[in-house]
Design a protein around this ligand. Structure first.
Ligand code: ZN
Length: 159
């Protein structure tokens, strides 16, 4: 089970966040945590993990601007579970983001679907579960090896 004690962060992911931050991007983490709705762990545990991540990110000059998660069951019909746009819209309103000028980077098909739902650009990374998501993604999505490669592509794409 995920706890705040056994987190592993890909070095390439950390580096990607640093580059994006330096390029002036706001950085937001959006995740589905249906384990909360299922009773596997509590929202408090998720928040502890976010705090721990933020501590590491801050120390490495990659402090995030926001952490958002959906605690609901997949069939709860909520508006915040990815690929639903609820959390991205909340982040946009709280942090004054233009979703149409944003990028969604993730390792799952629903991350790319979220991008499509909010008019953002989707980038699939092949770390994590990314390789399984490769089949069946739309041609509007960009594919990158990892978050660092994705960051470089995004920064280049903005020039
Ligand atoms: Zn939800």
């Amino acid at each position: 089970m995920a706890t705040e004690k056994n987190l592993k962060i890909y070095p390439s992911a950390l580096k990607g966040l640093v580059w994006l931050k330096r390029a002036g991007f706001k950085l937001v983490l959006i995740s589905n945590q249906s384990g909360v709705g299922r009773g596997f762990f509590t929202a408090q545990t998720v928040k502890k993990i976010h705090d721990r991540l933020q501590k590491i990110f801050t120390k490495r000059n990659a402090r995030l601007d926001g952490f958002y998660f959906c605690p609901h069951l997949p069939d709860a019909g909520c508006k915040c579970r990815k690929p639903n746009p609820g959390l991205a819209e909340m982040a946009a309103s709280q942090l004054h983001l233009d979703l149409k000028k944003s990028y969604v980077v993730g390792d799952q098909k629903r991350d790319l679907e979220l991008a499509a739902n909010i008019g953002a650009r989707g980038v699939l990374v092949l770390t994590g579960a990314g390789k399984e998501a490769l089949k069946g993604i739309g041609k509007n999505s960009h594919v990158s090896r990892d978050l660092f490669t994705a960051a470089k592509w995004i920064i280049e794409n903005e020039k």
